[in-house]
Design a protein around this ligand. Structure first.
Ligand code: GDP
Length: 296
């Protein structure tokens, strides 16, 4: 995860640490390299610029330059700026509503939405001891509802029985109704995905949101698509009330651009990360830990 970015930053910092004393020009030169490393990682330009400005401002202070380990201090400021950019605090799910709490999963086709729905349902069942019901609202893709049922059996999580021909809003209503009657704590709605953000997709999502008043609306995006992932998130955030983002395929993401730009550009926290194809490969997104991994 983030190997390319780690390597690039690592070599800048090795050089900084290797020097006993630093002057302002040294720090500025190193920060220019950090900026290039961030841009090559596909971090959005304004985010990379703010990041470097923030670190430079602190790092050229007399206290740093006169310290016995100035390189070390600069690296610490970079670490702090990474944590801040990644979202500062771990963003928790907010399910504190009268049950059943509805979690609406949205995203483009192929982002990993259905898999993530099952992964999160399993996590809520096992880790948080919630009784979870999943329902697929994807009536556009014939195999989608069956795919969720298969994943449900793998994850040991119940899925709403499929009623052929039923429309998304009606499926959502039926899921919530069943959940009330059978005392489920959480209902996860896997909405339809399309290849692009389009009007029909948004209209369908808004209609489902209106009927189901979700406690959480999570956007699933593929980290490997870098800044596109961030643009998709901007598109969705303008239309529905997103409460968070799940970044998938972080296991294969050497660059980290989506993770680093998401919070600053969209204002939405990354709540979980997909880190593999397996049903357990989902982690809470901890900015501190991720910053630690990036800096090795
Ligand atoms: P959907 O069209 O958005 O519902 O996408 P799917 O859930 O069907 O996922 C598409 C593919 O991505 C599947 O083969 C998943 O196993 C894979 N996938 C999903 N999340 C991850 C992840 O975090 N890491 C990896 N490596 N693969 C993932």
């Amino acid at each position: 995860m983030f190997d390319t970015l780690s390597d690039r930053l690592g070599s800048v910092f090795d050089r900084l640490r290797g020097r006993g004393a630093l002057n302002e020009a040294d720090v500025r030169a190193a920060m220019r390299e950090v900026r290039v490393a961030l841009l090559e990682a596909d971090v959005a330009l304004p985010v990379a610029r703010d990041f470097v400005d923030q670190v430079t401002e602190k790092a050229v202070g007399a206290e740093v330059l006169r310290s016995v380990t100035p390189g070390q201090m600069v690296v610490k400021y970079v670490h702090d700026a990474l944590v801040e950019t990644l979202g500062a605090e771990t963003a928790e799910l907010n399910l504190g509503v009268t049950p059943p709490a509805v979690i609406m999963m949205v995203g483009l086709q192929g982002s990993g939405k259905t898999t993530t729905t099952a992964k999160l349902a399993k996590r809520l069942t096992e880790k948080d001891r919630k009784k979870v019901l999943m329902a697929s609202l994807d009536v556009a893709r014939p195999a989608a509802q069956e795919q969720l049922a298969v994943l449900g059996r793998q994850a040991n999580v119940d899925t709403l029985p499929i009623v052929p021909g039923q429309q998304p809003v009606d499926i959502a209503r039926r899921a919530i109704q069943s959940a009330r009657l059978q005392a489920y704590d959480v209902v996860m709605l896997d909405t339809a995905g399309r290849l692009h953000v389009d009007d029909q997709l948004m209209a369908e999502m808004k209609a489902v949101a209106e009927t189901s008043t979700p406690a959480e609306t999570l956007l699933v995006v593929d980290a490997l698509t870098g800044q596109d992932a961030v643009n998709v998130a901007k598109g969705f955030a303008g239309q529905v009330d997103l409460t968070g983002v799940v970044l998938t395929r972080l296991d294969g993401d050497a660059r980290g651009g989506a993770a680093l730009s998401m919070r600053a550009v969209t204002g939405k926290p990354i709540k979980f990360a997909g880190v593999g194809e397996g049903i357990d490969a989902l982690e809470a997104f901890h900015p501190q830990r991720v910053a630690g991994r990036i800096l090795g």
